[in-house]
Design a protein around this ligand. Structure first.
Ligand SMILES: C[S@@+](CC[C@H](N)C(=O)[O-])C[C@H]1O[C@@H](n2cnc3c(N)ncnc32)[C@H](O)[C@@H]1O
Ligand SMILES: Nc1nc2[nH]cc(C(=O)O)c2c(=O)[nH]1
Ligand code: SF4
Ligand SMILES: [Mg+2]
Length: 208
């Protein structure tokens, strides 16, 4: 089969990097996890902390069997699929294979592309730069809004109104703006108790 066909079917995917670390953000903060970072993103967040991922052509196509075999080398059985924007790719075969091998499979996504794959936990981090697809809201287990500017609180509420009732709602300071914005986030969370705070703890720990 040609590479383009393997990619289309989700049997091989552009892999930027894969690493075993500690989930730094969100509901699973502190859990050991194997991260699969897929290449390619067309959302264009000005503050994106992984801009190198954007150009899909930079990253080699790797067969999903090889990705899963590598993940099995580590003791943890939690995998986080991230990117780039992972939903730019067909995620059905990779997620099925991971689950068949006993992994819990979590997703980090902006939701800007149609959904694919079978996940145990979906983190939706919506962006102003490219709106989420409507069908992601009911699938989100966690809504994680990056706060860069005070106007992002209203943006967060717009998306919170669309997710399911039991979706965990998180405000995460944009890393470079943390010193200015964290105080506002703390005040907001105290006044709006449905919101919790998520910090990028891996950056404090100096781990990937
Ligand atoms: C690099 S993104 C990859 C997954 C997907 N494209 C997305 O945006 O959800 C992983 C997570 O990091 C967050 N993130 C990216 N840059 C950040 C920054 N500078 N400060 C805080 N969070 C950031 C994103 O919002 C997302 O929740
Ligand atoms: N440790 C660690 N936790 C993370 N949680 C989400 C990440 C991501 O880039 O998607 C990430 C990451 O890059 N590293
Ligand atoms: S959607 Fe995610 S990977 Fe894409 S630019 Fe925004 S933060 Fe970066
Ligand atoms: Mg990251």
């Amino acid at each position: 089969m040609q590479e383009s066909e393997l990619l289309k079917q989700g049997l091989a995917l552009p892999l930027m990097e894969a690493f075993y670390t500690i989930q730094g953000e969100g509901r699973y903060t502190g859990h050991s996890a194997y991260f699969i970072r897929l290449g390619g993103c067309d959302v264009g967040c000005v503050w994106c902390d992984v801009k190198d991922s954007w150009d899909v052509s930079r990253w080699p196509l790797v067969r999903i069997e090889d990705m899963v075999e590598e993940a099995l080398q580590y003791p943890g059985r939690l995998v986080v699929i991230t990117g780039g924007e992972p939903l730019m790719h067909e995620l059905g075969p990779l997620t099925k294979l991971l689950r068949a091998k006993g992994f819990q499979v979590n997703l980090e996504t902006s939701g800007a592309h149609p959904f694919s794959g079978e996940f145990d936990w979906v983190c939706l981090s919506p962006k102003k730069f490219k709106a989420p697809h409507p069908d992601i809201y009911q699938r989100a287990n966690e809504l994680k809004v990056v706060v860069y500017h005070r106007s992002d609180f209203a943006f967060a509420e717009q998306h919170a109104a669309r997710v399911s009732e039991n979706c965990v709602k998180l405000l995460q300071p944009e890393w470079s703006k943390s010193s200015e914005i964290l105080e506002k986030i703390i005040t907001y969370a105290k006044n709006h108790p449905v919101w919790q705070i998520s910090l990028q703890t891996h950056k404090f720990m100096n781990i990937p």
